[in-house]
Design a protein around this ligand. Structure first.
Ligand code: HMG
Ligand code: MG
Length: 326
């Protein structure tokens, strides 16, 4: 190599002993801690054609309870005819071993669902609706306007019974029936749900169409109205953009993320909606970035292998495939 060529090489800086020095740290853009909410037993299993026996669901949730997760959405008190995979909601809630410090939540669509959830003594209820009219109608058989009073009743009665309420807004980044969704529609639903009394709103990319720029654009609008610690992100990985969308959200100050172990999941009323962001993939990235979640990845791996064996097909999680067979 000529002297001229050598002198044009970019060399890392050396310390006085000739060793390479660490590159200067980049500006801090990420939070030190995040909360991860596991929705696999609900969002993951609701879409499965095979009915997972109640005892297996209970065993899986018990394993999840030992991983350090502080929040697990364990089932759904929707109409069993619509979601037969979770028809055993009451038995599941009553069969699990509750670990102190873990919040066990369930999806509730209306008063009838709330009655069932309260009878089962769930810790927290989660209400849900869509930002787009057609998905809302397909999913819960009502217009957006007609959904508000139904959910208001659920939120108020849930709070009166001492149960906190989380909210979901679906189709934030796109609707399977209508295509693009205007952020005004998301704001309208968000305003109403917060006004009813939910403590956190999870923004759902129901069909996995979002990209990082869109995520930051939408969050840019919502964060002018709501603090970052009241918003959570719920990504589906249908087109492989979920992890990039997490990073984009972290950069906007979001510290609450939903995941589904193994990448299980989807919405039966959103054609083409494949699995959620895999909780175990999310944890791999967060751990590597030094972002604390309090979750033990080895225990998570045991739990994801367990549910994969019960589902009977290879789950989409990259982490699981990289870990190989036991
Ligand atoms: P409907 O048929 O319009 O209900 O369903 P209705 O009020 O007209 O009642 C009809 C019958 O259903 C009555 O019985 C009710 O008692 C019964 P009948 O008098 O005829 O014998 N019923 C119920 N039974 C048990 N539990 C209940 C219940 N409610 C009514 N809760 C309803 C309306 C909302 C209930 C129905 O459309 C439904 O259950 N939809 C759920 C759909 C669903 O679970 N979708 C997936 C979850 S959302 C999602 O995945 C997105 C998310 O992950 C975020 C994201 O990714 O974006 C959250
Ligand atoms: Mg979902």
């Amino acid at each position: 190599m000529s002297d001229q060529a050598a002198s044009s090489e970019v060399k890392p800086p050396h310390d006085e002993n000739g060793g390479y020095m660490q590159a200067a740290p980049s500006p801090r853009r990420w939070p030190a801690n995040v909360g991860v909410k596991e929705v696999g037993p609900r969002d993951g299993l609701q879409n499965e054609a095979v009915f997972i026996p109640t005892a297996d669901k209970i065993e899986w949730i018990n394993q999840l309870s030992e991983t350090g997760l502080s929040y697990i959405e364990i089932t759904s008190f929707v109409k069993p005819k619509w979601i037969p995979a979770l028809a055993d909601a009451f038995e599941v809630v009553n069969g699990i071993r509750r670990v102190p410090g873990v919040t066990y939540a369930a999806l509730v669509p209306n008063r009838k669902g709330l009655e069932r959830a309260l009878e089962a003594e769930i810790d927290e209820t989660a209400v849900f609706m869509s930002a787009s009219e057609t998905h809302n109608r397909q999913n819960i058989n009502k217009t957006i306007s007609d959904t508000f009073p139904v959910l208001r009743e659920v939120v108020e009665e849930s709070l009166a019974a001492g149960k906190s309420v989380r909210g979901y807004v679906s189709t934030v980044f796109g609707c399977p029936y209508e295509g693009p969704v205007h952020v005004e529609g998301v704001l309208r639903v968000a305003e109403s749900l917060f006004e009813m009394g939910i403590h956190e709103l999870s923004l759902g990319d129901t069909i996995g169409v979002a990209n990082p720029k869109q995520v930051q654009d939408v969050l840019g609008v919502l964060l002018k109205r709501f603090p970052a610690d009241r918003l959570a992100m719920h990504f589906h990985d249908t087109r492989g953009t979920a992890m990039a969308n997490v990073l984009a959200s972290l950069e906007m100050g979001i510290t609450s993320f939903d995941g589904s172990l193994g990448g299980l999941g989807g919405c039966p009323y959103a054609p083409g909606a494949s699995g959620n962001l895999a909780t175990d993939d999310l944890l791999y990235m967060l751990d590597g970035m030094g972002i604390q979640s309090g979750i033990d990845r080895d225990k998570l791996l045991t739990a994801v292998r367990y549910i994969q064996s019960k589902i009977g097909r290879t789950l989409p999680s990259h982490n699981l495939q990289a870990a190989g067979p036991v």
